[in-house]
Every structure is written in structure tokens, then in C-alpha cells.
Write a new protein. Structure first.
Length: 163
């Protein structure tokens, strides 16, 4: 009986926290390996009462983006630095309220295990925008991917350098 009440209480708390959690731009997978070639998926929800017309994503330093998935109904524009390297992307299209979409991209992770923190901006038909660049526990958290050390191809654990 006590165990059942505990499970119900935990379930109710999880549902309440999920309902209260605001949707935000996220990047998947949430974990990857340093130096890996990865297919990232950028998930964009629209919880405003205005159409989302553009999404701009700035990439973490050291991440080398190589290509973008074609998304019907959306225009993809690579944003480049002075050297011509891709530093971000802008997708323009129309995402109605209470819907979400996903954008794909291929990239090579940096060799270091420093976590990847992305910056995203959503622009809406009512002239407003939302910047997702804050800390993980903020109202506007930046998309975040944890990088783990690369695993050798033979499956053995990574070699640790002597300290």
C-alpha cells in the first residue's frame, strides 16, 4: 500500500514537472563522442500563438558542420565567418503554433571533451523573437551536447595519459 502511494506521488510529480517545463530548442543526441562524425537533429517547438518564421542556430567553436538535411518548405542558409567556415545556419519557413519540426545536420565533433553549447533564436510573425542561450536551469536554456572521450575502435577503454 505504501509503495503504491509512493509510486502515485512520484508519477504525479513527474507529470506536473513535465507540464510546467517550457518547450525549447534542443539538439539531439544529448551525448556524443569527441572527434566523432555525428548526425545532429535540431528540434524546434512553437508554443507561441504566432507562426515561427525563422530559426537561427550558432554552432559551438570546434564543431565542423559539413552539410544540412533538405527540409521541404524551408530555406536553409549557411552562415559563414570571414574565412568561409560554416559558423551557423538560418532556416526560414513557417511553423504554426502548437507544432514542432526537426532539422538535420552532419558534423564532426571537436577532439576535446568540452561540452558543446549551441545558441538558437526563433523569430515569429508577431515580430518577437526568443533567444535560447542561457544556463541549463534558466528560462531560456541553450541547446547542450555532452562530449565523452572517444572509444578506441577495438572497444577497449580509452588510454589515460600518465599525470
Amino acid at each position: 500500500m505504501m509503495r503504491t502511494r509512493f509510486r502515485l506521488a512520484v508519477g504525479a510529480a513527474l507529470l506536473a514537472s513535465a507540464a510546467a517545463a517550457p518547450a525549447h530548442v534542443t539538439v539531439w543526441p544529448r551525448q556524443s563522442q569527441a572527434g566523432a562524425h555525428e548526425r545532429y537533429t535540431v528540434r524546434v517547438p512553437n508554443e507561441k500563438q504566432a507562426d515561427n518564421l525563422a530559426v537561427e542556430l550558432r554552432f559551438p567553436s570546434g564543431l565542423r558542420v559539413t552539410s544540412f538535411e533538405q527540409k521541404p518548405g524551408w530555406l536553409t542558409e549557411a552562415l559563414r565567418d570571414a574565412r568561409g567556415a560554416i559558423m551557423g545556419v538560418r532556416w526560414t519557413g513557417r511553423l504554426p503554433p502548437e507544432q514542432f519540426t526537426e532539422f538535420g545536420l552532419l558534423a564532426v565533433n571537436p577532439a576535446s571533451t568540452k561540452d558543446l553549447v549551441w545558441t538558437a533564436t526563433q523569430r515569429f510573425a508577431d515580430g518577437t523573437s526568443v533567444l535560447w542561450s542561457g544556463a541549463a536551469n534558466s528560462k531560456s536554456p541553450a541547446p547542450h551536447v555532452q562530449l565523452r572521450p572517444a572509444t578506441p575502435r577495438d572497444g577497449s577503454p580509452p588510454v589515460q595519459a600518465d599525470r
